[in-house]
Design a protein around this ligand. Structure first.
Ligand SMILES: Cc1cc2nc3c(=O)[nH]c(=O)nc-3n(C[C@H](O)[C@H](O)[C@H](O)COP(=O)(O)OP(=O)(O)OC[C@H]3O[C@@H](n4cnc5c(N)ncnc54)[C@H](O)[C@@H]3O)c2cc1C
Length: 391
């Protein structure tokens, strides 16, 4: 239930206060890769865990474009890439599918605490042997009296070490192809759930990532999200939200970086003039401007098409590819524009670059997005779905 301490902030002035608080805490622990419960409390108090959820669960009832706009503001205002990623994963991984496909009883049990951030969510799709080819997953869920027994190993689970609940995708039928996968809500504290230690990684510090082992883990029928065999459709819906919300935040990051670079190019003097007077620098900044506007356009147009119930297969792949690659290019350009200062940790630009690289891997790699787009042009291999590539 919502309490006075967790009432959401509603105006942009309130959001600015939340971001300032987060940035003050970020300054203190920039070099660690530790999830920060202190920052999470600020996020909860700011109402950011509540964005797309219905008011009966304590949510703010934002639709997809509305949620994206707040994530974009977060990317612009909050300098902590790991926290943004952990928050986005939390919102889209468990709460979004539960709200859209969960039974009323399952919603009643978990949505309030996910919505107010008391319980943190995660999802487990990838496996050591199946990343891009997600539908080749080997984790099984076998029927037994009143429920299922889950066995398997999941890899790279964002929020794994801090999650109270995980949405686990497992194969319930060896024969049914994509329709042999089912989504389960799995509390992390039940027997048979083993979460690995946080894996040291290149960037996104503060968003812990781990393996998840399911060893004869029993879940009741009532923990199925959607229907048995509909996991593929649940995942398709979740991936659309994940890509659009995560990369809306990325657009905010790119916009903020652009503003920093413009300011630096106007004020940093070399050879008796601002470096922005040199075309080699202004061209980089122009490219950053074109990239951020293009990424924003693709993302919000895709969201508009989702809202209008149009097919978004090609739009989503283009939006993800454009936004993730633009972020890497813009982060690299920013380091170059700042010179040695850009290479120094204190400016935050090298961390930005390390965070940006992940965006070309998670939610379907750049290669996979290109192969999906190629397919719509009648080229390349057959693919299984819009987010999974393999034939
Ligand atoms: C920061 C981060 C967070 C993540 N969080 C989660 C999470 O919360 N839950 C989760 O389940 N997973 C998560 N993942 C995993 C992510 O979904 C996978 O990393 C991704 O799907 C790629 O799988 P892979 O790493 O196994 O690479 P692979 O699939 O082994 O690919 C290796 C290389 O081969 C290329 N490749 C593969 N197939 C093809 C093809 N058909 N055509 C062309 N090239 C191809 C890939 O593009 C890549 O360059 C996360 C990953 C990262 C980096």
């Amino acid at each position: 239930m919502s309490t006075a301490a967790t009432q959401p902030h509603s105006s942009s002035a309130d959001l600015a206060t939340v971001f300032a608080e987060l940035n003050a805490l970020h300054g203190a622990d920039q070099s660690t890769d530790r999830f920060s419960p202190e920052k999470w409390e600020v996020v909860r108090r700011g109402g950011l865990t509540r964005l797309p959820f219905a008011s009966r669960w304590g949510g703010l009832g934002e639709d997809l474009p509305g949620t994206m706009r707040v994530f974009e503001a977060l990317g612009h205002g909050c300098r902590d890439g790991g926290l943004r990623f952990a928050l986005c994963t939390h919102v889209v991984s468990a709460g979004v599918p539960l709200q859209r496909f969960g039974s009323p009883a399952l919603q009643d049990r978990y949505l309030r605490s996910l919505c107010d951030g008391r319980t943190i969510g995660a999802h487990a799709i990838s496996e050591p042997t199946g990343g891009s080819d997600a539908l080749a997953m080997r984790t099984t869920a076998e029927r037994h009296a009143g429920g299922y027994v889950l066995n398997g190993v999941k890899a790279f689970v964002t929020n794994g070490p801090i999650a109270g609940v995980l949405v686990v995708y497992a194969r319930t039928s060896a024969q049914a192809g994509p329709f042999g996968i089912t989504a389960f809500l799995v509390p992390s504290d039940i027997p048979g759930v083993h979460v690995g230690e946080p894996l040291p990684k290149m960037g996104l510090h503060g968003a812990p990532l781990s393996t998840l082992t399911l060893d004869h883990c029993e879940v009741p029928d009532t923990n199925v999200i959607g229907r048995p065999g509909s996991g593929y459709l649940v995942l398709d819906y979740v991936m659309t939200w994940e890509i659009l919300c995560t990369f809306a935040a990325t657009v905010g990051v790119m916009q903020h970086r652009l503003e920093r670079c413009i300011e630096h190019a106007r004020t940093r003097q070399q050879f008796g003039q601002p470096i922005g007077a040199f075309q080699a620098i202004s061209n980089k900044i122009v490219d950053m401007k074109v990239a951020v506007d293009t990424a924003r356009g693709w993302l919000y147009e895709t969201a508009r098409r989702v809202t209008a119930d149009n097919d978004v297969t090609t739009h989503l792949a283009i939006a993800k590819l454009v936004a993730s690659e633009a972020d890497v290019a813009s982060a690299l350009a920013a380091v170059q524009i700042f010179g040695a200062s850009g290479y120094i940790a204190a400016t935050g630009l090298e961390a930005d670059l390390r965070d940006a690289v992940a965006g070309t891997i998670y939610s379907g790699t750049s290669e996979i997005q290109r192969s999906k787009i190629a397919r719509t042009l009648g080229l390349g291999e057959r693919t299984r779905s819009r987010w999974s590539p393999a034939a």
